[in-house]
Design a protein around this ligand. Structure first.
Ligand code: B12
Ligand code: SF4
Length: 576
């Protein structure tokens, strides 16, 4: 069989909820880079990206995810759902010789149905699966789906060797490390593949071959990895199943080469380091910062270049944050996980609420945005633990953050803990593998009905907290922008009319500003993922001469976006 064209597919998930996932599927892009280097023609199809309509990005208001998840569960289990036929049509249209599908545990059921439908339509095209779920349990994946091959662990080398072996009809492919396959009625699992020790040897992820990439925004291309692996061992986390606790790091030059390439090709301004633990050794982090500076990226200013990363709280200090900020870091995420010290100990976070508090303080002290990740619903937790977690999140007062419900992932110690107590059903519960829903709540101490109340209340509180902080930040920024116009260039004095409101129409009542001039009122809608700042300008009666409002609008818009480049636009209320 001659293999020329390989199609790599990320199955839909958020689209069943009426949302979409538009960022680069990085694992597939890495595989595409390696396959292209070996001479194959490759296309990536992110079937979770609705490219035709403006549907919301995933991960917006948490309280709305709960209802979206019900739609997902109904859709996923219905093989006649129109989304499946659309995806299979797209796949068939590509006429691939080999199909690779990435399978996370939460996408297991979608993948299973999809593979069945592809096999019905394209019975002669071999299907290989890989990804986190396959690495955790290749046996289960092959047994429960109609895939022909499974690649476990790091995929680049094994997939290239498999495609070459299939193309050449070489029986030696069945000896490939990292491969599982069917032989007669049996499943065969070869030994794990060696990891690539020098990550610089791996070609850059190929983002050019993503289908519908012309509908992606420049920043959808900005997710990247500077390292693989995390030295910590949190008991709920599945990262080490694929990457192990040994950290391998790309050279600073190699990482920045990729950033420069992404920026030049796609106009990306915001880069998101998805590393499990962006900082492990300080000297390596500083080397990366130096390289970013040396190549002129940080000098571009945050409107043109900025980045985000996640760091373990134990490693955060003010000098580190200041150094990162100097090189363009505008936001740092910490896996705070819990406000209950007994839960932190139980999950082996190797940290304490005091350490986490200090890490949050250090980030805020440097005026870098703080993102916090918290989890509730561990099997041993009671209402007091959950309350302590939501209170702790409120105390840290992050600029953005996630509250997740524990989903036990197969292969993790927390999964084993739950399994021993009969709290999870293997396979069946993979349908519930989503951190923002209440359908699988494994706490022993809390009833299902009560858990739903707790989760709804907690999500609402988190939404309010984050939305409130977002508004406060925009208001502080506008106040700074207004104060900076000390020369009153526009022939009138500006004043904030009251606080930032949620309603664009609220600009009518003059506040305590000057008798002449303009009141500026800001609003932002309640959408968690809002990318627009609404501004109202109300010029006080009797203000003379008539101010140049067009110039004023242009000034406010440019100044706000310069300070808050994450907002797509500043828009002025009609007629103002
Ligand atoms: C960024 C990220 C996200 C982003 C994804 C954005 C995007 N465009 O991809 C978002 C926020 C959407 C996300 C969502 C979720 N995520 Co997530 N995510 C990650 C994170 C941090 C990085 C992913 C990544 O880019 N990895 C880098 C690439 C290079 O690795 P890779 O994809 O695994 O691919 C390699 C191999 O696995 C293999 N491979 C992968 N696919 C294939 C396919 C074939 C054919 C072959 C041969 C090989 C192969 O080869 C690749 C190259 O070596 C990982 C943690 C991590 N360190 O990986 C968690 C992780 C993948 N997420 C996880 C989870 C649980 C979730 C959620 C369920 C959380 C939730 N909200 O409920 C959802 C799932 C949504 C869904 N159903 O898909 C778990 C998955 C565990 C599991 N067993 O499935 C991880 C491992 C986190 C963890 N520490 O436990 N996530
Ligand atoms: S620090 Fe993060 S990536 Fe590392 S084990 Fe803990 S949760 Fe996983």
């Amino acid at each position: 069989m001659s293999i020329k064209k390989v199609l790599l597919v990320d199955p839909p998930f958020f689209r069943f909820m009426g949302e979409r996932q538009s960022s680069t599927p990085l694992g597939l892009a890495y595989l595409a880079g390696a396959l292209k280097q070996a001479g194959f023609d490759v296309t990536i199809y992110n079937a979770d990206f609705e490219h035709r309509e403006q549907v919301p990005e995933a991960n917006k208001a948490f309280s709305s995810e709960v209802s979206g998840f019900d739609a997902y569960r109904r859709g996923v289990t219905d093989a006649n759902h129109p989304l499946y036929s659309e995806v299979v049509d797209q796949i068939a249209e590509q006429a691939p010789d080999l199909i690779g599908i990435t399978v996370k545990t939460g996408k297991f059921f979608v993948s299973k149905t999809l593979i069945g439908l592809i096999k019905d339509r394209l019975p002669d095209v071999p299907i290989v699966v890989g990804g986190n779920h396959v690495t955790a349990d290749a046996e289960h994946t092959l047994r429960r789906t109609r895939a022909d091959f499974a690649v476990h662990g790091e995929g680049e080398r094994t997939l290239v060797a498999l495609a070459q072996g299939l193309s050449a009809g070489d029986a030696a492919l069945y000896e490939l490390a990292g491969l599982s396959f069917r032989r007669g009625g049996e499943l065969v699992h070869n030994a794990p593949a060696e990891q690539v020790m020098d990550l610089d040897e791996i070609p850059f992820p190929d983002r050019d071959c993503i289908l519908h990439s012309d509908s992606m925004t420049p920043n959808d291309f900005g997710n990247l990895f500077a390292s693989r692996g995390c030295p910590f061992a949190c008991t709920f986390c599945d990262s080490r199943t694929t990457w192990t606790r040994r950290v391998r790091r790309r050279s600073a030059a190699n990482v920045v080469d990729e950033m420069v390439q992404i920026k030049a090709k796609y106009g990306t301004t915001f880069f998101s380091f998805s590393d499990d633990c962006f900082v492990t050794k300080l000297d390596e982090t500083y080397e990366l910062c130096d390289e970013i500076d040396r190549r002129g990226l940080s000098a571009l200013g945050k409107k043109e270049f900025r980045f985000w990363c996640e760091i373990h709280p134990n490693l955060i200090t003010e000098p580190l944050v200041r150094r990162l900020k100097k090189s363009g870091c505008v936001a740092i995420a910490i896996g705070a996980e819990s406000g209950s010290q007994r839960t932190l100990d139980h999950i082996n976070k190797a940290s304490s609420t005091d350490v986490i508090r200090n890490a949050a303080r250090a980030i805020k002290a440097c005026d870098v945005d703080l993102t916090t990740f918290f989890m509730i619903g561990f099997p041993w937790e009671n209402e007091a633990d959950i309350g302590a977690t939501v209170d702790f999140m409120a105390e840290l007062n992050p600029d953005s953050g996630n509250l997740s419900i524990l989903t036990p992932l197969p292969g993790t110690p927390v999964y084993d803990y739950c399994a021993e107590r009969g709290l999870v059903k293997y396979d069946e519960d993979f349908l519930n593998c989503f951190h923002q829903r209440s359908s699988l709540f494994v706490s022993d101490a809390i009833t299902a009905d009560r858990s739903r109340e707790i989760i709804t209340g907690a999500f609402q509180r988190v939404d309010q907290l984050i939305e409130g902080n977002r508004r406060a930040k925009i208001q502080r920024t506008l106040e700074r922008v207004i104060a900076a116009d000390s020369a009153s260039r526009f022939g009138l004095k500006l004043a904030m009319a009251g606080g930032l409101t949620a309603d664009a129409g609220a600009a009518d009542g003059p506040a305590d500003g000057p008798a002449e001039g303009a009141d500026v009122t800001l609003s932002c809608d309640q959408d968690y993922a809002s990318a627009t700042i609404d501004v109202s300008l109300v010029v006080r009666e009797g203000t003379a001469p008539e101010p140049d409002l067009a110039a004023l609008r242009a000034y406010l818009s440019a100044a706000l976006l310069n300070e808050l480049p994450q907002y797509a636009q500043v828009q002025f209320a009609a007629g103002k």
